[in-house]
Design a protein around this ligand. Structure first.
Ligand code: NDP
Ligand code: 8X3
Length: 255
């Protein structure tokens, strides 16, 4: 551990991927970290690495009751959250809309939209009261560009984009900052979850290419957080060099 900065960052989805890398990145820089996710045992490993600098919060962000109880129950030395990284989220399925599972859509909406706004609404008032805070949301390029099978997932990330912008409009004059990080292809457990545990299918997504890493996203989050307080990074869209846009497609009548 390096020098201890008296700032507290809360990261949701800190048990894997971007969230884990972000929690570690902040902890390595000396921040106090509240690590939240459903899988407590993974969070405990993080705590074993950093000790009392990390507070483990077993939390399902879709539950308002859990959010209220956990945030209200924070020990005094973690109670003032300076930075909230709303990272918990997931994609489920890559089927076209007419074949998609409604339960998958429900879970994506409950986590990526509702979980994100419940967390924000709970933590924001204290930030505004203290005239200090930073909400960093993890959106996606899927919120900017349509792709086959992106249907509800991309729409949840479009929500994250516009919610982030509208937060900025509401928070003008409060000194509270808002940033939307929009990554492209990044290798984490994301595809394993998307394909309901099918590892062969998940591995294929990252095969023969160089995707972004979780650390690349953590670096973007931490960079945005560490800009001087008069600078608000509205959004960062990042892709691996190996990813770009495709042409629009046209359905031709077969002659
Ligand atoms: P991972 O699957 O590796 O991590 C997802 C994290 O979200 C896990 O820690 C998981 O923890 C947590 N999570 C999921 N549901 C809940 C819930 N209900 N309550 C609390 N935590 C939850 O994927 P990534 O790191 O890749 O994904 C992180 C974010 O980045 C997501 O919002 C995703 O949409 C976004 N993203 C990912 C991209 C990619 O290509 N990987 C690109 C662009 C955006 P647990 O299961 O323990 O609760
Ligand atoms: C994750 C990136 O392109 O798989 O948000 O939707 S993508």
């Amino acid at each position: 551990m390096t020098n201890f900065i008296e700032k507290t960052v809360m990261v949701t989805g800190a048990s894997s991927g971007f969230g884990l890398a972000t929690a570690k990145g902040f902890a390595n820089k000396g921040y106090k970290v509240i690590a939240a996710a459903r899988r407590r045992e993974r969070l405990e490993k993080l705590q074993a690495e950093f000790g009392g600098q990390v507070y483990v919060m077993p939390l399902d962000v879709t539950s308002q009751e859990q959010i209220n109880r956990m945030i209200d129950g924070l020990p005094e030395n973690f109670a003032q959250i300076d930075i909230l990284v709303n990272n918990a989220g997931l994609a489920l399925g890559l089927e076209p809309a007419h074949k998609a599972e409604l339960t998958d859509w429900d879970q994506m909406v409950d986590t990526n939209i509702k979980g994100l706004y419940l967390m924000t609404r709970k933590i924001l008032p204290k930030m505004v009261e203290h005239k200090n805070g930073h909400i960093i949301n993890i959106g996606s390029i899927a919120g900017n560009y349509a792709y086959p099978g992106g249907n509800a997932y991309g729409a949840t990330k479009a929500f994250v984009k516009q919610f982030s912008r509208n937060l900025r409009a509401d928070l003008l004059g409060t000194q509270v900052r808002v940033t939307n990080i929009e990554p492209g292809l990044a290798e984490t457990e994301f595809s394993l979850i998307r394909f309901h545990g099918d590892k062969t299918k998940a591995d294929k997504v990252y095969e023969n290419t160089q995707a972004l890493t979780a650390n690349d996203i953590a670096n973007a989050v931490i960079w945005a957080a560490e800009q001087p307080v008069h600078v608000n990074i509205n959004s960062i869209e990042l892709m691996p060099t190996s990813q770009a846009w495709a042409a629009l497609t046209i359905d031709k009548i077969q002659g």
